[in-house]
Design a protein around this ligand. Structure first.
Ligand code: NTF
Length: 739
């Protein structure tokens, strides 16, 4: 979520009154706002997308509730020591969280472990789950006010507390100290956010977190429904559950369990409800990214849920056989249960089978889902598959983070309505060549560059030139996002400048290259990329021969509030994922809104950006998604350019030191192991960089491209995404607050 103060007073429409009131008390609004810490309750794009969507749901008056966990430790703080990433705990609740409301009376018991027995109720056989452990989930509400509406929605986060009901027994056995320690263990369920955004290690605590979150939320949903409704036939009319990736997909088994075992509906009626209420969005492209839960783990922690999942699977496979015959390969692929040395539950298959709609997060992603990841399912149920290209909220990513640009846009459009109605941004196109707007536009960029330059100096002592192109790549560090391609490009640029004579140097476009992002603590290669960035920076920044022509900065601890400062100050931003690997990408949308030019591959939502702003206004490069497979097949016969071999050799030869440490990194990108095709895309990348340089020296052209970038960003507002979900997936209407 990042910080809340500015966002909240802006959405409530009281920013100026609030700032006035503060100044009467002797405080400056800006200074005060800076004091707030970030709520870092997620890893990267997936979580921040939800944050943007909550803002849009509230603004568009949709009746929605967001559920999540109230982690005591958010995503780790990244500290750099000698160029290496170190992780420090983010104990963000130390000074309290003024935005949350603890609902001491909204608590639910959550059960784990135990056994399932058969019992008879009114002559009917039913299953009874006798749990082995019980904890309490306490609700903490975080109000999300919409902009230009009185509608405020709720983000309800659950915290785990020991359960008195269940625990008192153990105090009677005599071991008082052990009993107290056991109680404390309960709290650990919501204590920490797993910092790895896409590997699932089958850890018990992680599964406990997922079920804790799901069980409390499902109980809350049933309680609210039953407050006003008697008959479960109305349930699908009143409730839509959106599974944001597979992390909450245990909810399917949980709703089924409640309907069967607690509400005593027949399997048939319960299943009918399931199929009407769930929809699923996946946020990944790689099969390895799909969550699997070892059967042993699930059966031990949630014995009844495993039975239910087996039953769902049995029915599904029986139906499937009727439809496709005894095609065992396909049946095996589509089964929820994966057989093998370790038997697993495939959470994605469960989600696809039980949802009425399966969404991808960009057009390309959806195509990959239909033709690769979920092909078998698409062939069976083509009508289930949709896509909703991601979006971000302009309230946070322009209004809060770039007030000068916000004022400028409103002035030229003659209205502030674009803050609610983003399509109006297109009106800026009419002034794309207006000299007066150009002057003001450049001024705004300059103000933001000054702010960023001051931050860089305060953080690293490095002074950077405001005349240089600020070139930014900030996002989680991953091999597929190819921060390494960026660093190799920087080494190439450095090498070229070193070998130039005085005259040629005069033609070089000065650059400040900025890289930022966290690596998962156990992701060795990603951590090496961070170190490489630091050693290369050390060399370049201290080379007097280079001066202001090239600087490289690593911005530590990239998070929402750092992004709010970095993005408005960027001239160029880089989105380098190997085509076919970034499901959507949302960082690029924030840069685009802020009039920053994109240098990018044709991947994820970038493809749709080209359609909105035109290829001439971006710097596209690299292999297309459909070419990637063929390129990989070429493997050893693929010729890599000399320039590429040369820069890798510089690292290998110790030009930047630490050659032994970087050996494995170099091995990964040379020869057949260059899975992400850095070598294959290198020349095309350098050409795109050269094109960016050329455009930058032509100030008028650059400013026009910048204006056209913002003007074309409308499609990438989360307001549009949410509108599409409301209409095509949830079938809901706005409920405007009447007073
Ligand atoms: C991310 N997925 C994708 O990698 C991004 O391309 C996308 O923009 C966001 O989701 C939001 O849809 C994940 O973070 C995860 F965890 F699913 F891998």
């Amino acid at each position: 979520m990042g910080r809340s103060l500015s966002n909240i007073v802006i959405n409530l429409g009281i920013r100026d009154q609030f700032a006035d009131a503060l100044s009467q008390l002797g405080f400056d609004f800006e200074v005060l706002a800076e004091q707030e810490g970030d709520a870092c309750l997620g890893n990267g794009g997936l979580a921040r997308l939800s944050a943007c969507q909550m803002d849009s749901l509230a603004t568009l008056d949709y009746p929605a509730v967001g559920y999540g966990l109230r982690y005591q430790y958010g995503l780790f703080r990244q500290v750099i020591v000698d160029g290496f990433q170190h992780e420090q705990p983010d104990y963000w609740l130390n000074f309290g969280n003024p935005w949350e409301i603890e609902r001491v009376h909204i608590t639910y018991p959550v059960k784990f472990y135990g056994t399932v027995t058969d019992e008879f109720l009114n002559g009917e056989k039913c299953k009874v789950w006798v749990p082995g452990e019980m904890v309490e989930a306490v609700a903490y509400d975080n109000p999300i006010p919409g902009y230009g509406t009185r509608n405020t929605i709720n983000l309800r986060l659950w915290a785990a507390k020991p359960s008195d009901q269940h625990d008192m027994e153990s105090f009677n056995t005599g071991d008082y100290v052990d009993a107290v320690v056991n109680r404390q263990r309960a709290e650990s369920i919501s204590s920490i956010l797993y910092p790895d955004d896409r590997s699932y290690q089958g850890k018990e605590l992680r599964l406990k977190q997922q079920y804790f979150f799901v069980s409390a939320s499902v109980q809350d949903i049933f309680r609210r429904f039953k407050d006003t409704h008697k008959k479960f036939d109305e349930f699908p009319e009143k409730v839509a559950l959106q599974l944001n990736d597979t992390h909450p997909s245990l909810a399917i088994a949980e709703v089924m369990r409640v309907l069967l075992d607690e509400e005593h509906l027949s399997w048939h009626r319960a299943w009918d409800i399931i199929c009407k209420i769930f929809s699923f969005t996946t946020h990944t492209v790689s099969p390895e990214g799909l969550e699997k839960i070892p059967v042993d783990l699930l059966g031990n922690l949630l014995p009844r849920h495993l039975q239910i999942i087996y039953d769902i699977n049995f029915n599904f496979v029986e139906e499937l056989k009727k439809m496709i015959g005894l095609d065992y390969d396909r049946l095996t692929r589509m089964s929820i249960v994966e057989e093998g040395a370790v038997k697993n539950i495939r959470m994605a298959n469960l989600s696809v089978i039980c949802s009425h709609t399966v969404n991808g997060v960009s057009r390309l992603h959806s195509e990959l889902l239909r033709t690769k990841l979920f092909k078998d399912f698409y062939d069976l149920w083509p009508h289930k598959f949709q896509y909703k290209t991601n979006g971000v909220t302009q309230r946070r990513w322009i209004v809060v983070s770039n007030p000068s640009l916000c004022a400028l846009i409103s002035k030229w459009l003659g209205t502030e309505s674009w803050i609610r109605d983003i399509d109006l941004l297109i009106g800026l196109r009419d002034y794309a060549t207006n000299a007066e707007l150009h002057q003001e536009w450049k001024m705004v960029k300059k103000v933001n560059k000054i702010r960023l330059a001051e931050y860089i100096e305060a953080m690293s002592g490095l002074k950077v030139s405001l005349d240089a192109m600020f070139d930014v790549q900030t996002k989680r560090i991953h091999e597929y996002k190819r921060q390494l391609l960026n660093i190799l490009g920087i080494i190439h640029r450095y090498d070229c400048i070193k070998n130039m004579d005085k005259n040629d140097r005069k033609k070089v476009v000065p650059r400040v290259c900025i890289i930022g992002g966290k690596a998962a603590p156990g992701y060795e290669i990603a951590k090496k990329i961070i170190k490489l960035c630091h050693v290369v920076a050390e060399k370049i920044n201290n080379d007097n021969d280079i001066g202001d022509l090239l600087k490289l900065v690593f911005i530590p601890d990239y998070n929402v509030s750092v992004a709010e400062m970095v993005i408005p100050g960027a001239d160029l931003s880089q989105h380098l994922s190997t085509a076919g690997h970034e499901a959507s990408g949302t960082g690029s949308m924030k840069f685009l809104m802020n009039g920053c030019l994109l240098l990018a591959t044709a991947d994820g939502s970038t493809i749709e950006m080209v359609e909105e702003i035109g290829q001439d206004n971006m710097f596209l490069f690299g292999a297309k998604a459909h070419e990637v497979v063929a390129l990989r097949k070429k493997g050893p016969t693929l010729k890599v350019p000399l320039q590429f071999s040369r820069v890798v050799r510089m690292i290998r030869d110790g030009h930047f030191g630490f050659e032994d440490y970087f050996k494995s990194l170099c091995d990964k990108i040379e020869g057949t192991s260059d899975y992400f095709l850095l070598g294959a895309d290198f020349m095309s990348y350098l050409e795109a960089q050269a094109a960016a340089d050329k455009a930058f020296v032509d100030e008028e052209r650059w400013t026009k491209m910048s204006i056209l970038s913002s003007a074309g960003a409308g499609r990438f507002s989360s307001d549009r995404t949410i509108q599409e979900y409301a209409e095509n997936t949830w079938d809901i209407q706005p409920c405007r607050c009447p007073f």
